[in-house]
Design a protein around this ligand. Structure first.
Ligand code: MBD
Ligand code: FE
Length: 309
């Protein structure tokens, strides 16, 4: 409402001191950003006449978000992770990089150091009765040439939407593998079809979503990092077609080009030939990597990751 208080010399001087402006010690870029963020908070408090009770309930919310280790869950829920993707897409367009497999968000549930194998892997430990999924494809470069020796780092949820490590009922690295592509750039794996994810119903993320009148569901999906020397690292996911939340993802990660057909195979001879005893699902999906470029920001993102002990 009133800009006069915000613009008063007293408040402007307060913001300068808060941000460490006016002296050389510290990090100049961080000072600018803190100044902007705190100024915007002051403005929000002023414009909405935020009362002390409301302010302290927000501080207590942030405390609980950290204590529940849900910062990485609220971030995609607020579209921030998708916004970072859109910015990277734009930077690549400006750098003349086009045509690779679309990126989409990493999300909070990656675990580093999954077992590495050549050409193929089985992701599930056989303890679940989910529908078998056979997935395969090729990693290619921008010119359509196969990329041998690329690493396809894949992770997904089980049939209850739970991820190993975060769900202690699952074995270490269950449904997580790294597969090195073969001489033709091909990878293949056997797993089970995942189910969609739901935010912990009693957690702080879901609490905010409830107050926004939103759900906390994701469609069934499979995550990938695909990397190879000389190429831009790809962070992406595929969605399982037909999921009720396919175009209603609380984390805003569904993109055109990332919804491959799911073939349902019920031919007895083919089931038998695969060493299986029930109908299974098959997905073929090729990844196209862009060449590394000096005029675009890097795609190797440093963020805290769990490592299964
Ligand atoms: C997930 O499995 C996920 O991928 C994201 C982005 C958020 C929550 C759970
Ligand atoms: Fe996920």
């Amino acid at each position: 409402m009133s800009d006069s208080l915000l613009n008063s010399p007293e408040v402007q001087s307060l913001l300068d001191k808060v941000s460490g402006l006016g002296h050389d010690a510290g990090d100049a870029r961080l000072k600018q950003i803190v100044h902007r963020v705190v100024s915007d908070l002051f403005r929000t408090i002023e414009d909405f006449d935020v009362q002390p009770d409301e302010f302290w309930s927000a501080m207590s919310y942030l405390t609980s978000l950290g204590q529940a280790n849900e910062v990485g869950l609220l971030v995609p829920g607020l579209g921030l992770e998708t916004f970072l993707d859109l910015r990277m897409d734009e930077a690549e367009r400006k750098a003349g990089i086009e045509g690779g497999t679309p990126r989409t968000i990493e999300g909070p549930l990656y675990v580093a150091g999954a077992p590495l194998s050549k050409g193929e892997a089985r992701l599930d430990d056989g303890s679940e009765t989910g529908e078998v999924l056979l997935m395969d494809g090729q990693v290619r470069d921008a010119d359509g040439n196969p990329v041998p020796g690329a690493v396809v780092d894949v992770w997904h949820a089980n049939t209850l939407g739970g991820y190993s490590f975060f769900d202690p009922s699952q074995a270490k690295y269950n449904l997580r593998r790294r597969i090195e592509t073969d001489a033709e750039g091909r990878y293949r794996f056997r797993s089970i079809l995942p189910s969609g994810y739901a935010c912990p119903p009693d957690g702080p993320t879901q609490k905010l979503l409830d107050r926004l009148g939103r759900h906390g569901r994701r469609p069934a999906h499979i995550h990938f990092f695909v990397s190879a020397p000389g190429h831009r690292k790809l962070t992406t996911q595929i969605n399982i077609d037909g999921d009720a939340y396919l175009h209603d993802d609380f984390a805003f990660a569904t993109r055109d080009g990332l919804i491959p057909a799911v073939q349902r195979i019920d031919d007895a001879a083919e089931i038998h030939a695969r060493g299986l005893n029930a109908p299974f699902a098959r997905i073929t999906f090729d990844f196209v990597l862009n060449r590394e470029a000096e005029n675009a920001p890097g795609t190797v993102v440093h963020r805290a990751h769990a490592e299964a002990a």
